[in-house]
Design a protein around this ligand. Sequence first.
Ligand code: SF4
Length: 240
Amino acid sequence: MEQLALRAIHARLLAHFGPQQWWPAESAFEVMIGAILTQNTAWTNVERALTRLRARVPLTAAAILALAEPELAEALRPSGYYHLKTMRVRAFCSAYEAGGGFSALAARDTHSLRTWLLAVKGIGPETADDILLYAFDRPVFVVDAYTRRLFSRLGLLPGKPGYESIRHAFEQALGPDVDLFKEYHALIVSQGKTVCRQRPRCGLCAVASLCAAASSDSLDPSPETDLARARHRGPTPFDE
Ligand code: SF4
């Protein structure tokens, strides 16, 4: 991937959407639990589950493990697939305790930490990389469905590359920059939810002039007007 193209896309998305200030959480541990709960559901549901969990116990691994399983499941109910997520959260908390907690885990290098995360039942590459980037401040680029769709349409992901090759391509092109990776992933999510949706709204798109798949009949002849309108409308997450 070309660094200049990636930087130009980032600059346009940032100018369009503004800083996203991810990840919304009060602690690194809350980021980790949120990353598990957000699998296959909207963030609003995760927030509801976290609020219910916080009302029962402090958000620590020990306190969550001390909670009876049906009580934990009841707290996590709004996050969807809550029986599965109860098992995943408990598996993560057990591994977290066995791994020595935050300080011991943070002392590991990124490769070791990623390997440890991927060995926890229910944690795949995207969840692991969310945790590495947003909880441990590691320069790991998160790849999700929005990333694949946007950059495929932009013509920067030819073929069907796997998760790891996409992640490496971003990391090599951009260099290890935690703040940039955090902001870029959040901007990609905003773009994917509001503009480059399944049915793309190319007329509202800040990167349309860079896009191989831009639909010419939906491009506004005065894009500044539409972009300004979109900016004022604000993001409408989870609307696909
Ligand atoms: S121009 Fe259209 S297809 Fe291309 S990134 Fe923008 S919304 Fe997606």
